[in-house]
Design a protein around this ligand. Structure first.
Ligand SMILES: NC(=O)c1ccc[n+]([C@@H]2O[C@H](COP(=O)([O-])OP(=O)(O)OC[C@H]3O[C@@H](n4cnc5c(N)ncnc54)[C@H](OP(=O)(O)O)[C@@H]3O)[C@@H](O)[C@H]2O)c1
Length: 286
């Protein structure tokens, strides 16, 4: 298959290109300088020239504070950008795989969210991503929408300034010897190579729809940091951050754990427990 990967130099996009290429597909890497998803003409020109069988969209504006400051831009990229891709996918008969987020939920449920749970985003980022999901689901007949959570990969996230959570923890431990982390926000830390493998597995099916796609199990950011330090034998004084130690400007869900219910129903879930994914991160070089 010819796969157009949008956001190809991003944290997730890099591993998506690798996974489809390893699978024997022709993965065409598209970076921001090749395509502007919020611009309908740019999307249409690029995709009609390329004529992929399959489009994977990992591109987004996903810095939560910046989305809150500029919701118009957030909706242009995360909402209308997804719509532009859905329209062109329908027109050229391509399948569309679109990446969304756990931040479509408010975190009040306190048990893992399934695909059937009603979304209720708390911020502009979550709202704009939810609008993108709706555009894709209502416009592109052959779509896969994958909601994921707390992702990390070897290639740093471009939007968040160079270090993933793991590397940030290790850097702080080296520099300060003491690290404080919140223990009241729960996620499923998900490695990008696993998301990419999941995409390849789904791309071979015609089980179109909405999927939760995260590592198995969950933890607080504090527990994640504890496991990082244990696996790397890092000597550090790890402390639980006090309630007002890291004041946040924009509301976020305190509990955004997702259950991969739809993937399991299809017999297609490839995700491992988050601890295993973390071990794999430390045992691979790129
Ligand atoms: N990070 C997380 O913890 C997390 C959690 C849940 C879901 N997600 C979702 O996962 C996806 C991938 O995240 P990531 O960490 O891989 O992000 P990333 O490293 O920031 O990569 C995003 C890529 O998209 C490109 N891009 C941004 N705006 C674009 C636009 N308007 N048109 C075309 N390309 C554009 C970026 O290029 P430039 O950098 O050159 O602009 C970059 O190549 C996103 O959809 C995000 O919402 C992330």
């Amino acid at each position: 298959m010819k796969i157009a990967v949008i956001g190809a130099d991003g944290q997730l996009g890099t591993d998506v290109v690798k996974a489809f290429t390893a699978n024997g597909d022709e993965a065409v890497s598209l970076t921001h300088s090749d395509i502007e998803i919020s611009d309908k003409d740019s999307v249409s020109e690029r995709m009609t020239a390329l004529r992929p069988n399959f489009i994977v969209n990992t591109a987004a504006m996903h810095h939560v504070d910046k989305c809150e400051q500029d919701p118009t831009k957030a909706f242009a990229v995360n909402g209308l950008g997804a719509k532009n891709l859905a329209l062109v996918a329908r027109e050229i008969g391509a399948k569309l795989m679109h990446v969304s987020t756990d931040y479509v939920f408010d975190g009040e449920k306190k048990s893992p969210y399934e695909e059937s749970d009603p979304p209720r985003p708390l911020n502009a980022y979550g709202n704009s991503k939810l609008s993108g999901e709706y555009f894709v689901r209502s416009t592109a007949p052959q779509h896969f929408v994958l909601r994921t959570s707390a992702i990390y990969g070897k290639r740093p996230c471009r939007a968040k300034g160079g270090l993933n959570f793991i590397e940030l923890m290790l850097k702080l431990a080296r520099e300060r010897g003491e690290v404080k982390v919140v223990d009241d926000e729960f996620v499923s830390p998900t490695p990008t190579p696993e998301i990419a493998r999941q995409m390849v597995a789904l791309s071979r099916s015609d089980a179109y729809g909405l999927y939760h796609a995260t590592a198995e199990g969950s933890c607080s950011w504090y527990a994640f940091a504890k496991e990082i330090f244990a696996l790397t034998n890092t000597k550090v004084n790890l402390l639980i951050a006090g309630p007002n130690e890291f004041p946040i400007k924009v509301p976020r869900p305190k509990y955004s754990v997702l259950e991969n219910a739809a993937l399991k129903k299809q017999g297609l879930n490839v995700f491992q427990p988050w601890q295993q994914g973390l071990r794999a991160y430390f045992s691979t070089s790129s």
